[in-house]
Design a binder for this molecule. Structure first.
Ligand SMILES: O=C[C@H](O)[C@H](O)[C@H](O)COP(=O)(O)O
Length: 221
């Protein structure tokens, strides 16, 4: 029986991720409870980095509270690493993200990085994506038209109630999608007019997965 809680595993992968932070660099930082542990670990070594590019207002606030400089993405060049959590990750290191609604900025910052380091506990490691609903960020006026298209793709979209993204948009959480080919499903959703971004990260897949398990942190490439 496991003696480690899910938070223990998140803390362990957050600590391990520090090994992947290059000296004197600006790193991309994701969003969520696992990343919050990572930001707290980063604070301990903040003297050896130049700062971060953040993927959400929440992460920016936490970084700044630790006195870690936060830069605009447009004012920096290519990032060496982007470190973020996931809601699900498969064996090809494709992910579902967006449980916290930060998917669009996460995908943008990830696209600017050479390497995506995913930090997650083992409950999120799956052979097939899709048990976790796919978040789709939509322009508010397109909500119904996008929802109908998502039904055509086999999903059951549900509006995330009382939630607005950092970009002022809405989230549809799409249940029951049959994601046999993550890249194809990501592309199909992205092609719907009114969609800003979808939470399938197949194009911006992870390069390294740090997986928190009962017997320690596994490094999967
Ligand atoms: O929008 C949120 C992000 O995609 C998170 O990376 C994802 O939801 C995982 O968050 P957590 O570490 O809290 O499980």
């Amino acid at each position: 029986m496991s003696t480690l809680t899910q938070d223990d595993k998140k803390r362990a992968v957050a600590r391990k991720a520090i090994d992947f932070v290059p000296d004197d660099s600006i790193i991309g930082v994701g969003t969520g409870s696992t990343v919050n542990f990572f930001i707290d670990e980063l604070a301990r070594i903040k003297a050896r980095i130049d700062g971060c590019v953040s993927s959400s207002d929440a992460s920016t606030a936490r970084l700044k509270a630790h006195g870690i400089p936060v830069y605009e993405l447009s004012s920096v060049g290519e990032l060496q690493v982007y470190i973020d959590g996931a809601d699900e990750v498969n064996h090809s290191l494709h992910m579902i993200k967006g449980g916290g609604g930060a998917l669009t900025r996460e995908k943008i910052v990830a696209s600017a990085a050479r390497e995506f380091i995913c930090i997650a506990d083992e409950a999120k490691y799956v052979s097939k994506l899709g048990a976790f609903p796919v978040a789709v960020e939509v322009i508010p006026m397109a909500r119904s038209v996008v929802a109908r298209e998502l039904v055509h793709l086999g999903g059951h979209p549900e509006l995330r109630q009382g939630f607005t993204t950092d970009n002022g948009n809405l989230i549809l959480d799409v249940h029951d999608l049959d994601i046999l080919k993550p890249l194809e499903m990501e592309t199909a959703i992205n092609q719907i007019a009114g969609v800003v971004c979808c939470g399938i990260f197949a194009r911006q897949h992870a390069h390294v997965l740090l997986l928190g398990a009962d017997d320690g942190v596994k490094v999967i490439r």
